[in-house]
Design a protein around this ligand. Structure first.
Ligand SMILES: C[S@@+](CC[C@H](N)C(=O)[O-])C[C@H]1O[C@@H](n2cnc3c(N)ncnc32)[C@H](O)[C@@H]1O
Length: 222
């Protein structure tokens, strides 16, 4: 029994490609195996940071009910547009820190985080937009609140898989993946991490900087 701790993520499946203008997203080809492995047909899967709805596309293809929460109204609208072709999915505009779901109702949580220190949505007036948080401690505090809310709606025994990378922000290394795992562990029981690998070019001259062509999948259960 058991699975390998790493996986080389294949190219995106052409028929599920992203809508034009979409930003950084997960891949349906990456998410479908996780949906199959960690949930059963008809299960409820939550993506609390749903972006353009890629997790929900994977859920529809695999016959799961997906619910996505996205704080940016225009992004939520674009995701709804995309999901018209994918039945059984619900995309809501809201804040992951106050989820409109019943306690113990979700069978699987699958998402990637809004990363700290990106240039996205920095001038957002929405107080829920985590991309707009400039202080790292403030950001980790928001993450703590979100993980608390997420844990509450998971049924006992449900799993969570959260994709995250360490980052360089203005040239400075920020251990986001490791800190996010620590925060997640306050609310759920951590499992082994998995690593997804991407075949990306290498550049730069700093001998301690890599091309970070991998992503951690933090796994946890309630
Ligand atoms: C990396 S993107 C997710 C992309 C998504 N996995 C996809 O493939 O389409 C993270 C998303 O989290 C959203 N976000 C930021 N703060 C949030 C919050 N408090 N609640 C819900 N969504 C939030 C951002 O607007 C962004 O769209």
């Amino acid at each position: 029994m058991g699975v390998k701790s790493w996986w080389i993520v294949p190219e995106e499946e052409a028929e599920h490609a992203l809508p034009e203008g979409a930003g950084q997203c997960g891949l349906v080809s990456q998410l479908r195996p996780l949906v199959r492995e960690l949930s059963a047909p008809g299960d409820l899967v939550l993506d609390p940071f749903a972006g353009w709805g890629t997790t929900l596309v994977a859920c529809s293809v695999e016959g799961r009910r997906g619910i996505g929460i996205e704080v940016n109204p225009e992004r939520a609208r674009q995701a709804r547009q995309r999901l018209k072709a994918y039945p059984g999915q619900e995309m809501l505009c809201g804040d992951a820190r106050s989820l409109p779901l019943e306690a113990d109702s979700v069978d699987l949580v699958l998402c990637d985080l809004p990363y700290f220190g990106t240039g996205l949505d920095t001038d957002s007036a929405d107080p829920g937009q985590m991309y707009a948080l400039r202080g790292y401690d403030v950001y980790l505090g928001a993450l703590d609140e979100a993980f608390g809310a997420i844990a509450k709606v998971m049924r006992p025994g449900a799993r969570a898989v959260i994709a995250v990378q360490n980052r360089r922000v203005d040239g400075v290394f920020v251990p986001l993946a490791w800190d996010a795992a620590r925060v997640l562990g306050r609310h759920l029981t951590l499992g082994d991490e998995r690593v997804h690998l991407y075949d990306r070019p290498v550049g730069g001259t700093d001998p301690l900087a890599t091309n970070r062509s991998h992503e951690y999948l933090l796994t946890a259960s309630k």
